[in-house]
Design a protein around this ligand. Sequence first.
Ligand SMILES: [Mn+2]
Length: 353
Amino acid sequence: MKALKQIREKLEELSLEGGIFFKPENRYYVSGFTGSTGYALVLKDKAYFITDFRYISQVKEECPDFEILEISTSKTLGDVLEELNLNSLGFEDDFMTVEGLQTLKKSYSGQLVAMKRFIENIRQIKREDEILLMKKAQSIADETFSYMLDFIKPGMSEREVYLELVTQLTQRGAQGESFKAIVASGVRGALPHGSATEKIIEKGDLLTLDFGCVYQGYCSDMTRTICVGKASEKQKEIYHVVLKAQKEALKAIKPGAICKDIDKVARDIITEAGYGENFGHGLGHAVGLEVHENPRLNMVDESILKAGMVVTDEPGIYIPGFGGVRIEDIILVTETGSEILSTSNKELIELEV
Ligand SMILES: [Mn+2]
């Protein structure tokens, strides 16, 4: 796989003989394996895939750089590692359970060292081939949004809209949703993470759709808030504050920028407009094989943006009893600035109903 060289350099840096990866996104990144059980073991000059009977042929197909080692009910992961005579092995301390670690220690006598999100850090910078897949995932979402603008009518329930959204994403080639889509209308728009209910969408409601899909493992993420009918002055006012914050923060996204400074650009605009209290979440997050990755564009993250990172810019205003607005784009940090991957219109859309 493309990542093996980088992983080996990092193992060397940490003075580890090898690293074992089984968090599904990391395992896929390291080995290409799409199944649900198995361990990718990367050593200095060899790579093994440790799995059971069910996945042997799949590993042969998906992981050509890996030699297969079989485990079973009578031969555990620890037994296999012990046989390989490895003195020090890195493990995913953010993913391994306490029980898993105890079981491993029963049969493996070498040193186990926490890798501290080792692969996640490598994953922050996307390769060209990964960027292409993310663009594809986002284009499926953009096309779906455009379809949904014709589909949505007053009188439908949020759930009906949700089901159609998922169908459309899937029909356009997505493996599935990258997270359970948010469909929140009217007063429910005040819930930043309001998933679809039986509530009927009414004429004049603001409707927030926050959704994404997965394409060959890679996630997209976008949010648009539309008005189902003509927007009131208050709805327009809030929309335009959020839009201004979103656009100004976009300009701040470039290599070398500090994450928390980008959050501040949007937060200051919303606060100055009098809605600071109504923007209770961070501005954005990185996206990749997982929909929420580091770095975070929030008030505390001091990470520096680098070319190849993909992040979201998604300010919102939520007013209990009234509703809410959130607008989210997904953006690639480039050598010279940024490229917006989401192409859907973000000026206020008032559906003709
Ligand atoms: Mn998001």
